[in-house]
Design a protein around this ligand. Structure first.
Ligand code: GAR
Length: 219
């Protein structure tokens, strides 16, 4: 059954594009039923419009307080009855209303090898701490900041010449390979978000994920 996705963005939407590309190429049995942004200026909204994907803006500015925004966002996302909520560069902490409506059904991509470097400065911190490798993580979202169970990771080298921007760019290459792969795995049932369910042949060996990504991440 085609997986219904709600994709939440705040910015450029390159991860949104990579997921749509995998769907277009027949690599991921999913359909984006909503693109929701907390910012009207998010460039990813233009992509959604181009592609005719339903989209909306749920801005904190339009709500009395954080709690009201949380409720409004959860309601908007729930309207489309997604099977999976995908945080693709969504730069806000998800509140209880969304978590409670979609338990273990929200995933996020983060530009570091969690649990190292949560927050908004993953690439900067990898350079500042002298890491020789960093990468990206796809994880289940819980109430913490980038703390939920890790589903998959990809490794990216830190080059001596790297700035935070050049490193982030290569990490994003890895994200664009890893994130659609995880969504495709969830759609096909090779990845489960339910820790109580054993999936025969599940992708539980990071090397399966890493093989194509090392090429993408170091070019
Ligand atoms: C991505 O690199 C993602 O890992 C990061 O924001 C970028 C969004 O790019 N997310 C976080 O830092 C969340 N903690 P995109 O809008 O082009 O997909």
């Amino acid at each position: 059954m085609t997986l219904r996705l709600s994709v939440l963005i705040s910015g450029g939407g390159s991860n949104l594009r990579s997921i749509q590309a995998a769907i277009d190429e027949g690599k991921c049995d999913a359909r984006i039923v909503l693109v929701a942004s907390d910012r009207a200026s998010a460039a990813g909204l233009a992509f959604a419009a181009e592609r005719g994907l339903p989209s909306c803006v749920v801005s904190p500015r339009d709500h009395a307080d954080r709690a009201a925004w949380d409720v409004a966002l959860a309601a908007k996302v729930a309207e489309q009855a997604p099977d999976l909520v995908v945080l693709a560069g969504f730069m806000r902490i998800v509140g209880a209303p969304l978590l409670e409506r979609f338990p273990r059904r929200i995933i996020n991509v983060h530009p570091a090898l969690l649990p190292l470097f949560p927050g908004t400065t993953g690439p900067e911190q990898a350079i500042a701490t002298g890491m020789r490798v960093t990468g990206c993580t796809v994880h289940v979202v819980d109430a913490g900041v980038d703390t939920g169970p890790i589903i998959a990771q990809a490794v990216v080298r830190v080059l001596p010449t790297d700035t935070a921007d050049t490193l982030h760019e290569r990490i994003q290459h890895a994200e664009h390979a890893l994130f659609p792969l995880v969504v495709a795995g969830i759609a096909s049932g090779t990845i489960t978000l339910d820790p109580t369910v054993a999936v025969p042949g599940a992708i539980d060996d990071g090397s399966v994920m890493l093989a194509p990504l090392l090429r993408a991440g170091t070019s």
